[in-house]
Ligand binder design. Structure first.
Ligand code: HPA
Length: 257
């Protein structure tokens, strides 16, 4: 992986002025790019010196106008299960912070632990469980970041309103980070549910912590691709996410407005 200084130089040459809002697109969330007038595409290989290894993630930074707003997209992200440290996996957030981003929308697939949730439901994240980042917290040093309210209340309210108005099925709930790359065992899932999580996934939390440490407003959106207690595989996760791509597009387009 390139250093943040090298990535900064590459990006500065390509994009002298960076948008204020960045959206990280997880599995299936890419459809919004169909509605985007693309100004610039930069592969992760060029920008970070590495490709994403996850099937279904294209691995590029895209800048363009959606709904007449100039925004940036990361199509795909780096996960710690790919072998990156917490610090490396969140390098893009630190890089884009240097370019002045103010708002971050994190999207991801998740498995539902809450028995009331169904496949196809959206989740506006109200909180996260960070406990499992203890062994490799992306934050280093004596920075005692206030995480009493990680997700931005007005962004959450806006997402809530859009879901109601657009008839998008949704919940507000707590996301727990699971390191992966294996899915959880039934006993893991029982334990995570017992801790108070509604959904489980392998991203979002490292990025949220780093963004909050840099005073960036964060909105977390997850899509339930499977019931965590029912046997599932990655192909099904991607297939379920793709089925909902129209709704994902509506939600993100309205949020950007
Ligand atoms: N567990 C962890 N991550 C996931 C899941 C899951 O069940 N579904 C989608 N991402």
């Amino acid at each position: 992986m390139k250093t943040i200084e090298d990535a900064y130089k590459t990006l500065k040459k390509e994009v002298p002025s960076f948008p204020e809002t960045l959206l990280i697109l997880g599995s299936g969330w890419n459809k919004i790019l169909d509605e985007t007038k693309i100004e610039k595409r930069i592969s992760y290989e060029k920008l970070f010196g590495i490709k994403t290894s996850v099937p279904g993630h294209t691995g590029e930074l895209i800048i363009g106008k959606t709904n007449n707003k100039r925004v940036a997209y990361m199509s795909g992200r780096f996960h710690m299960y790919e072998g990156y440290s917490g610090f490396e996996a969140t390098m893009p957030i630190r890089l884009f912070a240097k370019f002045g981003i103010k708002n971050l929308v994190l999207t991801a697939a998740c498995g539902a632990l809450n028995e009331k949730y169904k496949v196809g439901d959206f989740v506006i994240l109200s909180d996260v469980i960070t406990l499992f980042l203890a062994l490799d917290n992306p934050l280093k040093g004596a920075q005692f970041v206030d995480v009493s309210e990680v997700f931005n209340p007005s962004m959450r309210e806006k997402a809530h309103k859009i879901c109601v108005e657009s008839h998008i099925p949704f919940h507000e709930g707590t996301y727990v980070y699971y390191h992966g790359p294996n899915y959880e065992t039934p006993a893991d899932k029982m334990a995570l549910r017992f801790l108070g999580a509604d959904v489980v996934g392998m991203s979002t939390v490292p990025e949220t912590l780093v963004a909050r440490s840099l005073n960036i407003n964060v909105l977390g959106l997850s899509f339930v691709t499977n019931l965590a207690f029912v046997k599932h595989d990655h192909k099904e996760v991607v297939a379920e996410a793709n089925k909902a791509s129209e709704k994902m597009k509506i939600l993100l387009t309205e949020i950007i407005k």
